[in-house]
Design a protein around this ligand. Structure first.
Ligand SMILES: C[S@@+](CC[C@H](N)C(=O)[O-])C[C@H]1O[C@@H](n2cnc3c(N)ncnc32)[C@H](O)[C@@H]1O
Length: 270
């Protein structure tokens, strides 16, 4: 078996994201409502992507700082919202504690994140410690996030892992995703400076764009595809997964639905 560790070298495509994943920010309304941003509050958005939800936070009157590890997504966010381009910067979620905000004295009222924390698999504890470092202390800082939780997209995740395993790779190690259970994530937060934690798993079957599972794999499956040596091998794996899952995830009208499970989290600082 070829040993392959998780790679963070894969790139995000803003074009594919806006074509096949516009449902991601659209379905962010419940967690935005849980954030309930107030005018004048300082709020950080982690893994902000192309800025669609960030802008909604900004329009509430909050002062927003948004960051993302992908230079292409940050470029797209600045292009989408040129009037607030200085809101956005490139930063890996693992590096918050050592960033200018991690060391500054004017801390944030809230840290927000939608659909991004499950991509930060290298060290979830380091991400949580960084979030704590940028927030105000003594119950004045809140962390409000939604991301992929335990059971998320189990069918397609298993198919991707097995598809790589049978090609001689360690599919589990290649997977870029961290999908914790509510109990696991609550403990992680409590061990790293948070209190009054709620972490709830919400089942959210999600209808895919017209491009179906193939478009979804093109947008989100890049870490698995990148370990393969050629475009032919990548196409073969995608087609194999599409046909394997068609009987269970595609209805008689040709509409694909994925088995999303989201972890909704709210916590306060000690
Ligand atoms: C599914 S998108 C969500 C974007 C946005 N929050 C939204 O709701 O539309 C996930 C984002 O997480 C970002 N991301 C992945 N790994 C990251 C990391 N280690 N640090 C910061 N951002 C990361 C990706 O670049 C991508 O823009």
């Amino acid at each position: 078996m070829t040993t392959t560790t998780t790679s963070t070298t894969y790139t995000w495509s803003p074009k594919a994201y806006s074509q096949h994943a516009s449902f991601v920010p659209q379905l962010g309304t419940p967690i935005l409502e849980a954030l309930a941003p107030k005018p004048g509050e300082r709020i950080m958005d982690i893994g902000c992507g192309d800025g669609i939800l960030t802008e909604r936070i900004r329009l509430s009157g909050a002062i927003v700082v948004a960051n993302d590890a992908s230079p292409d997504m940050i470029h797209q966010a600045k292009e989408n919202f040129p009037d607030s381009a200085d809101t956005y910067s490139v930063l890996d979620g693992h590096d918050l504690h050592s960033s200018e905000w991690g060391t500054a004295t004017d801390k944030f009222d809230a840290v927000f994140s939608n659909a991004a924390l499950h991509w930060m698999k290298k060290s979830p504890a380091q991400v949580v410690r960084g979030i704590r470092a940028v927030l105000k202390s003594n119950h004045q800082g809140r962390f409000v996030a939604e991301f992929g939780g335990f059971l998320n997209i189990a069918s397609v995740h298993a198919a991707l892992i097995n598809g790589l395993n049978k090609r001689g790779f360690d599919g589990r190690a290649v997977s870029p995703w961290y999908f914790p259970s509510p109990a696991e994530y609550k403990l992680l937060l409590e061990e790293n400076g948070f209190t009054d934690v709620t972490a709830t798993l919400v089942g959210r079957p999600t209808v895919l764009s017209e491009a179906g599972l193939k478009g979804w794999l093109d947008t989100f499956g890049m870490a698995f595809m990148d370990v393969l040596g050629s475009d032919e091998e990548r196409e073969e794996l995608k087609n194999e997964i599409v046909e394997q899952l068609r009987p269970v995830l595609c209805d008689s009208q040709g509409v694909w639905t994925l088995d999303y499970w989201r972890l909704r989290v709210e916590a306060w600082t000690h």
